[in-house]
Design a protein around this ligand. Sequence first.
Ligand code: GLA
Length: 387
Amino acid sequence: MTADTAVHLFEETFGGRPSGVWSAPGRVNLIGEHTDYNAGLCLPIALPHRTYAALAPREDRLLRVVSAQGDGVVEVSLDDVAAGRPAGWAAYVAGVPWSLERAGRTVTGVDVAVDGGVPLGAGLSSSAALECAVAIAVSDLCGLDLSTSHEGRVTLAAACVEAENVVAQAPTGGMDQSAALLAEQGHALLLDCRDHTTRQVPFDLDGHDLALLVVDTRAEHQLVDGQYAERRASCERAAQELGVASLREIAGDTLEDRLTTLSSDLLRRRARHVVTEIARVEAACVALEAEDYRTLGRLFLESHASMRDDFEISVPELDTAVSAATAAGALGARMTGGGFGGSAIALLPRDEVDGARRAVERAFAMHGFTGPESFVVTAEGPAARDL
Ligand code: GLA
């Protein structure tokens, strides 16, 4: 997956050279799951895996899109982009200039060739990587000047979220797009989804002989099916019953008292996950700043238990990955991302990585699960122009 492959695909499909190539990373969230749409906190890192997009502007309003991972060219006029149109992966591309235009920016049609290096369906935000690569490209090509400042990138992230929520019809919360546009190398991005402020938190595993292992369980997850939307609706209902604008407003120390007023045990458990998870993000930042990776590991495990038992978004493959990695020496492990499949992460002493990998593979084989893919990741940089 390189910039050159995207150029080659562009030339083969559209003829002529693209004006440039832009790329954006996938992410793993260290901690803070399903907190973004509750005005809470989350702590993602940008992955070394990137999606590349080669683009050239057009004189008309046509969008032509091709992907090395798709089949054939999708063509749509900017005037025809709407909720659910175009369908499929092209929505994540076409939705971006559409949203920027709705926000009053002047954009043109573009030809786009994509080569995606973020594993699909693994819960690592391949869709946000695609949106964000296109967003900085369109900004640069149309002279919008949004890629060079923090504020500009926040504006681009909002356009990508609108593209995903409206055009692709996935009711996601915005963490992934901020990670892809704002996370910096060697850092995790603390994202406050109430006031949209961010802070770079040092994440130096090398200096502590640690490694972060991602286990893609290959139990495929889908954010456009009903489960994610159901969790989001439950949180909104809980906030409404509690008389607060969002679950962020419920403080940890009064939690159990406040939760008893909710109308069902289900809502109590959903709300408890969100409120305790936000507190765990705060504790994780304190731990990272103190270089206390043992505490970070413990918080990973508490987070996983909360997602498994209270929020009910784990699956047997994720639980197996977490317990096998922990038994094999991980300081902590947890599922990451939206859930219902996708990936787990494990924080490991560097020399325990191979053993943990083998232990996870053995545990999957024993349960009769499809073999997982696992790889070590580092915190890398945000969306940028490559060529
Ligand atoms: C998905 C969504 C994010 C976030 C996570 C869960 O990745 O795209 O907005 O809600 O799930 O933390």
